[in-house]
Design a protein around this ligand. Structure first.
Ligand SMILES: Cc1cc2nc3c(=O)[nH]c(=O)nc-3n(C[C@H](O)[C@H](O)[C@H](O)COP(=O)(O)O)c2cc1C
Length: 436
């Protein structure tokens, strides 16, 4: 059998018959939601495309802008966030406040472009209007990207590798969150560590209600940490790093409550939802580790300590059927959630719990050694204004990536072209598993 790549799908052709007889789905086809971003950090705008949202979802820019604002906040951000005040313009896919089934395209203007009109112009007439960047920054895409794309102005790499791109991911994630909210799936996050300052977090044994409480508390903290004492310590540590020209990373937790059992699948490696979450979170700039549930802690315990024993209760409820506010619980449940709501690559009905570790911001006022890409002389790496700590913002980006991943898996399971169709599929499945 020969498999030919053919756009978004592949044809598998038996060698004897030479006839395409079978649509062979690739990992790209497995995702019911497709999305892309485009745009440079100091270019005119960021663009985002999202295909697969069913028709009939109520959505407005306000739904999206809320998260854009949350992404821009957090103690320890640099001057750029004071210039930008992000707003998502919906260019297509929505008419009179509701999606119409066609691809959504969003635009976020870069207000800072006003200072870069010539330096970032697409018109060749402006070539050379600003000096090239020639000193690669350690910890960035600068050197590897310049070599790979054969660029002798590092700006051609850093403009796209910058985390400014994540503003659009948050916007697209806002649409995914709105979609999931129709099924009472709620996504939130909080910061649990900045540098050496940590709050105690035991998400393996707390309820959805408690997770939501922690989330609300975190929203009032300058570092998005639900623990007041730890918040204060984190703020003081960021002040210390700022004074010393240094930077900090940390760890955040993203949770999803109200997720039905059975999203993802155990049958193929690229359908396993834990793997998909890991990629989604790991793709965020500066994220260097992802844990599912109790994660690395599992490796330090005996099996009996960290397996979530299975219990059963006869009462269950189907969301939307009787009371919209009732969160569905399958009749099977667990008293603990070390697995973080995922077993065998599938959701098990418990809250999804994920953690991600962010490295310290690599651009430092305290200069780092580098090498000039033309003269090959030892130099100090380039420094422009920079964040000192962006873990609170990264947590909001994490929510967006988790929302997009769950929405995609949700549509694979309950797929339909209209919200009515998806809701009907969802409700009949919920009724079925409630009686399983
Ligand atoms: C929200 C957010 C803000 C960031 N701000 C900065 C910054 O101001 N300066 C900087 O050097 N890196 C910043 N980073 C990290 C870099 O984008 C990232 O380290 C770099 O692109 C290299 O990618 P890698 O760390 O994944 O290898 C930020 C990352 C995120 C998620």
């Amino acid at each position: 059998m020969i498999i030919f790549p053919y756009g978004f799908c592949q044809f598998a052709v038996p060698v004897q018959s030479k006839k395409p007889f079978y649509l062979w789905y690739t990992s790209r086809d497995m995702t019911a939601l497709r999305y892309f971003t485009a745009g440079e950090s100091h270019g005119k705008a960021l663009l985002g495309f999202l295909e697969g949202i069913p028709a009939g979802l109520p959505i407005s820019s306000a739904d999206i802008d809320r998260d854009l604002k949350r992404r821009q906040g957090g103690y320890g951000r640099g001057g750029r966030m004071k210039i930008e005040s992000d707003h998502a313009d919906i260019l297509s896919g929505v008419r009179w406040g509701k999606t119409i089934g066609s691809p959504l395209s969003l635009l976020i203007e870069n207000r800072d472009f006003a200072n870069w009109r010539e330096g970032m112009s697409s018109d060749g007439i402006h070539e050379g209007s600003i000096p090239p960047v020639l000193k690669p920054r350690p910890g960035h895409a600068d050197l590897a990207g310049s070599m790979k794309y054969s660029q002798h102005d590092i700006r051609n790499i850093l403009e796209r590798s910058s985390a400014r791109e994540t503003a659009m991911r948050v916007a697209l994630g806002g649409v995914a969150k709105k979609f999931l909210s129709e099924f009472n799936v709620r996504i939130g996050s909080f910061v649990i560590r900045i540098g050496s300052r940590q709050t105690v977090s035991g998400s393996h044994d707390i309820s959805e209600k408690k997770l939501m409480e922690l989330f609300r508390k975190a929203e009032d903290s300058p570092v998005r940490c639900p623990d007041d004492t730890a918040s204060e310590k984190m703020v003081r540590l960021i002040d210390q790093a700022a004074k010393e020209g240094n930077s900090l990373g940390g760890v955040f937790e993203v949770f999803a409550a109200g997720v039905p059992a059975g999203l993802g699948s155990h049958v193929q490696w690229d359908r396993k939802l834990d793997g998909r979450f890991a990629q989604a979170l790991m793709s965020i700039q500066a994220i260097k580790g992802v844990e599912v549930g109790f994660g690395f802690g599992m490796g330090e315990r005996f099996g009996a300590e960290v397996m979530d024993e299975i219990c059963y209760q006869t009462r269950g409820s189907v969301p939307g059927a009787r009371n919209k506010n009732v969160t569905y619980k399958t009749s099977f449940y667990r008293k603990t959630n070390y697995a973080g709501g995922i077993e065998g690559g599938m959701t098990n009905g418990m809250p999804v719990i994920l953690r991600a570790a962010m490295k310290p911001i690599p651009k430092l006022r305290k200069p780092l050694r580098s090498v000039h890409i033309i003269t090959k002389k030892s130099v100090e790496a380039a420094y422009e204004r920079s964040d000192i700590c962006a873990v609170p913002a990264a947590a909001v980006i994490g929510e967006a990536m988790v929302a997009l991943t769950i929405a995609s898996a949700f549509l694979e399971k309950f797929g339909g072209d209209s919200m009515d169709e998806v809701k009907s599929n969802y409700q009949s499945y919920m009724k079925y598993i409630n009686n399983f």
